[in-house]
Design a protein around this ligand. Structure first.
Ligand code: NAP
Length: 245
């Protein structure tokens, strides 16, 4: 068995769930590429935190919606750590609107970042991930709960779940697993920003554990699928939502 230190590329790792995943995977002994789009200082802070705990990390600016930028990020991972073993497709945005009121920018931005962004990184990973690797895509529990106003966002996540199964099959023979984690409401800017307190309270209590998920809850689920214990799980969606079914 190879003793080479594995490398994880975590998209959208400057804050929220991605930052928790990056620090957790570093704690598990992986080198980490900390991707961000605009939050350079926040990404640098995540890298510094990892290094302070004895891990290795490099920040990489790339808009995942831009295929050339994604390619450059994988090149950077090659030169920093010799290749990529684990891709975590976490970068995402959420903009809510009933379909009738959804403007083009709301539709295009979510499709570009959530769906095309994940396609760009999955395509690159499908060509370049080292054998025995892992891909974990971030879906959302709304892909199945189908809340009103979440339509475009949920549609991008539903598509990610479909791609998860298909890419798992396409990786046949390489020992690479492809899975998705679908969080429920989780205490990050993406969920909390612009929501009235009463809505946050209601959604916090919608699962039988009666609290919001934390980035760490989600990182734990991702780390399981990205690590050796998750090796027999392939092509699946793990709904990490405290029982919001
Ligand atoms: P967040 O706190 O808003 O963080 C989003 C991250 O994505 C940031 O690091 C951001 O980096 C990055 N990002 C945004 N656009 C990007 C782009 N074009 N290219 C590269 N990076 C980009 O969000 P979060 O709540 O942690 O969500 C993480 C993932 O979990 C998302 O896919 C989301 O859909 C999913 N999820 C979240 C929840 C929830 O309740 N929070 C529930 C279900 C699923 P910059 O700051 O540099 O832009």
């Amino acid at each position: 068995m190879s003793t080479q230190t594995k490398t994880a590329l975590v998209t959208g790792a400057s804050r929220g769930i991605g930052a928790a995943i990056a620090t957790r995977l570093a704690k598990d002994g992986l080198n980490v590429i900390v991707n961000y789009a605009g939050s350079e200082a926040a990404a640098a802070k995540v890298v510094a935190e990892i290094e302070k705990s004895g891990g290795k990390a490099v920040a990489a600016q790339a808009d995942v919606a831009d295929p050339a930028a994604v390619k450059r990020m994988f090149d950077l991972a090659d030169s920093a750590f010799g290749g990529v073993d684990v891709l975590i497709n976490n970068a995402g945005i959420m903009k809510l609107s009933a379909l009738a009121e959804a403007d083009d920018a709301l539709i295009d931005s979510q499709i570009d970042i959530n769906l095309k962004g994940s396609i760009n990184t999955m395509r690159e990973a499908a060509k370049r991930l080292r054998d025995g690797g892992r891909i974990v895509n971030l879906s959302s529990s709304v892909a199945t709960l189908k809340f009103e106003t979440y339509g475009i966002y949920a549609a991008t996540k539903g598509a990610i779940e479909v791609l998860t199964g298909i890419l798992a099959k396409e990786m046949r023979g390489r020992g690479i697993t492809v899975n998705a984690v679908a969080p429920g409401p989780t205490g990050t800017e993406l969920f909390l920003d612009g929501k009235p307190e009463a809505v946050i309270e209601k959604l916090s209590k919608a699962n039988p554990l009666e609290r919001l998920g934390t980035p760490k809850d989600i990182a734990n689920a991702v780390a399981f699928l990205a690590g050796p214990d998750g090796g027999w799980i392939n092509g699946q969606v793990l709904r990490a939502n405290g029982g919001m079914v």
